[in-house]
Write a protein that binds this ligand. Structure first.
Ligand code: SF4
Length: 290
C-alpha cells in the first residue's frame, strides 16, 4: 500500500462516525461485565486470620483481619477484577522466564524458596518461617509467631557474585509505572516483611507498565536490621491490641482505603481507638483510648 493510500485509510478511520451499537451486542457486553463481577463475588474467599502484607499500612485493617471481621458485602467492579487478574497472569509469565534464565546462560538463578528455607532452618535461622504452599512459581510463607502470611514472588541469586536478593514483581497502571525509577513507598512495608521472614537484606523490585509492558528496575533496596526491628515491633503492638479487643485509630491517609474491604466496619467504628467488645456499648467506649 502506498503512503498516499495509508494516509487515506487513516483519514477515513478518523472521519468515520462511531456507529450505534445494536441491542444484542450491548446486552451481551452488560451481561459479561455483570457475570465477571458476580463470578468474583461467589468465589471470594474469606481471608485467613493472619496479617497480610497488603494490610501492613493500616493497623486498624490488620486488627479486622486478625479478628476475622466481616468484609463489606459488595461486588467488585469488573475493571478492577480484570486489572488484578492481569497482574497475576503477568507474575506467572515473568516467573516462568526467571526459572529458565540460568539454563539460557544468564548469570541469574531463580531459587526454590522451600529449599532455601530448609537450608536456613538447618543453620538455625528463621525457625518460625514456613513454606505452606506453592501457587505456580510463587510460594506461600507463614510465620505462626508473628501471625503473618504472604505470597512471595521469589529469591534470585547472581551466579557471579553468589549474592541473594528477594525478588518482587509489580504490574502497575501506566501513570504509576512510568515514573518507576524508585521503589514505590507503599511497597516498603511489604518488602520489609518478606525480607524479615526470609532473612534477606537486599531486594530487587521489577515494575511493569500494564499498558505497554515496559519494565523498570529501580536500584536494589537495602532492608536494614532497624527496618526489621520496627516491623516486628509494630506487628507485636497490633497483636496486643487485637488480643485486648482494641480497634486502632483509622489511617485514612494510607491511600489504602480505596481498596479496603472493611470500609463499612471502619466507618461504624469511627476515627477513635476504642475497646471493641460486643457486650459493651460501642458509643460508651468511643474515645476511651485516644
Ligand atoms: S477504610 Fe481505610 S482506615 Fe479504615 S480500615 Fe480500611 S484502610 Fe484502614
Amino acid at each position: 500500500m502506498s503512503r498516499i493510500d495509508i494516509t487515506k485509510v487513516l483519514d477515513d478511520e478518523q472521519n468515520t462516525e462511531v456507529p450505534e451499537i445494536d441491542s444484542v451486542s450491548s446486552s451481551f457486553l452488560s451481561d459479561v461485565q455483570q457475570a465477571i463481577s458476580q463470578w468474583n463475588y461467589v468465589n471470594k474467599r474469606t481471608p485467613s486470620k493472619t496479617y497480610k502484607p497488603s494490610c501492613l499500612g493500616c493497623n486498624r485493617m490488620m486488627v479486622y483481619i486478625r479478628k476475622g471481621y466481616e468484609q463489606d458485602d459488595t461486588k467488585s467492579e469488573y475493571t478492577g477484577i480484570g486489572m488484578a487478574d492481569t497482574g497475576t497472569r503477568r507474575h506467572v509469565a515473568i516467573q516462568e522466564v526467571l526459572e529458565h534464565m540460568k539454563d539460557m546462560g544468564f548469570n541469574w538463578e531463580y531459587l526454590d524458596v522451600g529449599e532455601y528455607v530448609k537450608k536456613k532452618h538447618f543453620e538455625g535461622k528463621i525457625p518460625n518461617t514456613k513454606v505452606t504452599d506453592y501457587r505456580g512459581h510463587e510460594c506461600h510463607l507463614k510465620d505462626d509467631d508473628l501471625h503473618i502470611s504472604c505470597m512471595c514472588d521469589g529469591i534470585v541469586r547472581n551466579t557471579d557474585t553468589g549474592k541473594l536478593y528477594l525478588f518482587e514483581f509489580k504490574n502497575q497502571i501506566s501513570f504509576k509505572a512510568q515514573w518507576r525509577d524508585k521503589i514505590d513507598k507503599s511497597h516498603y512495608s511489604q518488602i520489609i516483611a518478606y525480607a524479615t521472614l526470609l532473612d534477606l537484606d537486599e531486594v530487587i523490585m521489577l515494575y511493569e507498565n500494564r499498558d505497554n509492558c515496559e519494565l523498570k528496575c529501580p536500584s536494589v533496596y537495602k532492608v536494614t536490621s532497624e527496618d526489621k526491628r520496627l516491623f516486628i515491633e509494630n506487628l507485636r503492638k497490633v497483636e496486643e491490641m487485637a488480643q485486648e479487643n482494641i480497634i486502632p485509630a483509622a489511617n485514612k491517609n494510607s491511600g489504602m482505603c480505596k481498596w479496603c474491604d472493611y470500609k463499612s466496619q471502619c466507618s461504624k467504628d469511627g476515627g477513635a481507638m476504642k475497646i471493641c467488645d460486643s457486650s459493651v456499648s460501642t458509643q460508651a467506649n468511643l474515645g476511651l483510648l485516644q
